[in-house]
Design a protein around this ligand. Sequence first.
Ligand code: FMN
Length: 187
Amino acid sequence: MGNILILYHSNTGNTAKMADFVAEGAASVSGMEIRKLTTDEATADDLQWCDGIALGSPTNMGSMAWKVKKWWDTEAIKKWLEIDGKFACAFSSSAGWGGGNETACNAMATVLLNFGFLYFGVTDYVGKGLTPHYGAVIAGEPREEKEKESCRRLGRRLSEWVGYYREGRAELHPNKARYPRDPKSFE
Ligand SMILES: Cc1cc2nc3c(=O)[nH]c(=O)nc-3n(C[C@H](O)[C@H](O)[C@H](O)COP(=O)(O)O)c2cc1C
């Protein structure tokens, strides 16, 4: 059994909708227990509990929302030096494409790396012209199927890495995946 934490903040609901799809993707791997919590709900104990985390924030000035940074500054810091070696990834909703949603993911990556998380990117394409290389990024809420799939794929990959490396489930390695990943699949 792997433990997956989806931790997020959302002001107007867009990142929350992304979190729903990330959770759906994480749960598509058997044997995973999922906690989906906002930064108002989660405590440092949830970090200790998890084997993998997907951290989500609205893009605010090209970075994470202050509430997310505050959570790591004041709550997660209680467990610094105690939670190294867990898998991590990020997702972010911005107002527009090019509005900094990838830099927001990179900002969250910086925090996660500081805590010793193993931050990963996703090589897959999830539809024509869309990939969560640095994390799942959406302008507004996920509407198109490929946008929903980008969030799902991020969550699924998190569960796959937890299953593969923590539980030794060789069949979960993404290079053995049956779903389309290659950009050529969508030409
Ligand atoms: C303080 C603030 C800063 C923002 N900065 C950016 C930004 O740098 N780039 C961008 O594209 N959108 C920016 N936005 C818009 C939000 O990222 C966007 O509306 C997002 O979809 C909100 O997600 P949520 O519904 O989860 O709160 C900003 C919004 C706020 C309130």
